[in-house]
Write a protein that binds this ligand. Sequence first.
Ligand code: GSH
Length: 242
Amino acid sequence: MIRYVSTRTLFGFELLLIKLALSNKKGKWMKLYYFPGSPSPRKVGIFISEKGLEIPSVTLNLREGEHLTEEFAAIHPGLTLPVLELDDGTCITESLAIAHYLEQENPSLNLLGTDAKEQALILMWHDIATFEGYLGIQEYLRNSPEFGEGRALPGPMPIEQISALVERGEKRTIAFFDKVDKRLSNNTYLAIERYTYADIVTYVYLEFAQRVIGKDLFQDRKHLASWAASISARPAIKAIDG
Ligand SMILES: N[C@@H](CCC(=O)N[C@@H](CS)C(=O)NCC(=O)O)C(=O)O
């Protein structure tokens, strides 16, 4: 049983505090280690906002290196965000695993599929977006001189940059924009006929990629552009963007 409540509940905040107090037997509360400016934690932030959940969070500014500490390494030796720490101290990393856990515990507003076919299609588009979109833009960003040396991959091990991956990363990313535009030319949403986690993930990657590359990559892709406009107008996304 998850000990938090919908922000839409009138007495939600009081209830949240009572439940958190009850859950604090071992001095631990569920919390999300988070940074809104990076794609992986942002996906989970939107997922939580869509579900109307209130989960205490600890923000670690990745750009300032606030996650590169022994204290955070004790929570997650992989040194990445997001991390969901449960009341019993269990730490769940990997955004899809966190989303899966939260969906199981909070099934209303289904975002990961209600049957085998829906679930498979959502996971399929999740993986396409991650391997083609996310890894493409990470290749571009993390091998660019501005990113700094030795951080070409996240994690504790220093990995040197390979400058040729900047161009390859950009190509992969642009190809992903084209793929999404094509898919949306005869589908309203990416995976199935309604908004799902696949749309959240893809939207976060594309919007991030556009900012990183510094060009308007939406405007000439009209299907993608109108889908992105409808996603960005969602109250849950506006709520976390402030
Ligand atoms: N597979 C992980 C990826 C987590 C990840 O790489 N997060 C990035 C932010 S998008 C990070 O924490 N980077 C830390 C760093 O670059 O040092 C997930 O889906 O959550």
